[in-house]
Write a protein that binds this ligand. Structure first.
Ligand code: NAI
Ligand SMILES: CCCCCC(=O)CC/C=C/C=C/C=C/[C@@H](O)[C@@H](O)CCCC(=O)O
Length: 261
């Protein structure tokens, strides 16, 4: 499967799930813009990726995705540098129940903004050639964890927004497929946030329940999430799909009952 000639932008690409996805994209010969707030981690990531895949195939762009103007500029810089845009992964996310407004900005508002920017650069509506967008939600959208009410709300929002805009893409012939990916627990630095009052606020008292939940459901490897992501990128039949990845069922899709009158 070759993505030769394709250009991808991955938010939160410097570590965790985003980084695993960046590696898969490079392995499949895409050019990649690694977009992340963390400058040190992004620069270290770029050095390692250059060593593994050769210089000129990826770029690190520091950006806070919750800053709309900065995100707009980052998309423009990617297209200026690589000449086009074909794949956008809105992946950056945080777990912060204490600063819950920030959680909404990063996990939901920036996904909406990132989708609209992606459409400006890829949609036939704007005279572009089409492409594909994947928004990262979570299995938290299918549970109602008492330990993460706002995180959970943002992940529900990402699914609702993605399914609606995917329908708009079909109806208005954007030529862009838009899908959503919902992983269960994944072995990344994000999981450490449950230990900290700065992240969890008053819900930190539930940290042991959280850990029991991780033991019960298991913890996935980032490489499996990247595998799911590649399926969403390459399967041209998928639009508005809700991919779930869990230890018990692996990569599979959520099905919705058709609405009756
Ligand atoms: N790790 C897990 O168990 C699960 C994670 N997810 C979701 O997957 C996505 C990625 O999570 P992980 O890789 O686990 O997290 P992580 O914390 O390991 O990596 C997230 C990356 O996003 C970057 N980031 C954070 N805020 C940013 C901002 N404002 N602007 C730009 N970059 C920013 C961080 O610097 C970091 O490099 C998130 O949306 C998360 O909610 C979903 C389900 C499970
Ligand atoms: C520390 C904060 C980060 C939050 C991490 C998450 O977003 C992960 C939330 C994970 C929930 C995992 C649930 C897993 C459930 C499954 O094993 C299964 O029982 C659910 C039903 C399967 C299905 O419907 O496909």
């Amino acid at each position: 499967m070759s993505l030769q000639g394709k250009v991808a932008l991955v938010t939160g690409g410097a570590q965790g799930i985003g980084r695993a996805v960046v590696q898969s994209l490079l392995q499949n010969s895409a050019k990649v813009a690694v977009v992340d707030l963390n400058k040190a981690c992004g620069e270290e990531c770029k050095v390692q990726l250059d060593t593994e895949f050769g210089e000129g195939n990826c770029v690190f762009l520091q950006c806070d995705v919750s800053d709309g103007d900065a995100l707009t500029d980052t998309f423009k810089r990617t297209v200026d540098m690589f000449g086009r845009l074909d794949i956008v992964i809105n992946n950056a996310g945080i777990n912060n129940e204490k600063n819950w407004k920030k959680t909404i900005e990063v996990n939901l508002t920036s996904v909406i903004k990132g989708t609209y920017l992606a459409l400006e650069h890829m949609s036939k509506e704007y005279g572009k050639e089409g492409g594909t967008i994947i928004n990262v939600s979570s299995m938290a959208a299918f549970l109602h964890s008492p330990h993460q009410p706002v995180y959970t709300a943002t992940k529900h929002g990402v699914i609702g927004f993605t399914r609606a805009i995917a329908d708009a893409s079909t109806q208005c012939d954007y030529g862009v497929r838009i899908n959503v990916l919902c992983p269960a627990f994944v072995d990344t630095p994000l999981l450490l946030s449950v230990e900290h009052e700065d992240n969890m606020g008053k819900f930190v008292k539930f940290k042991d329940d959280f850990k029991r939940s991780m033991s019960k459901f298991g913890v996935l490897k980032p490489s499996l999430i990247a595998e799911g992501m590649m399926r969403l990128i390459l399967d041209s039949s998928l639009n508005g799909a809700v991919m779930k990845i869990t230890c018990s069922k692996g990569i599979h899709f959520h099905t919705y009952e058709p609405l009756s009158a």
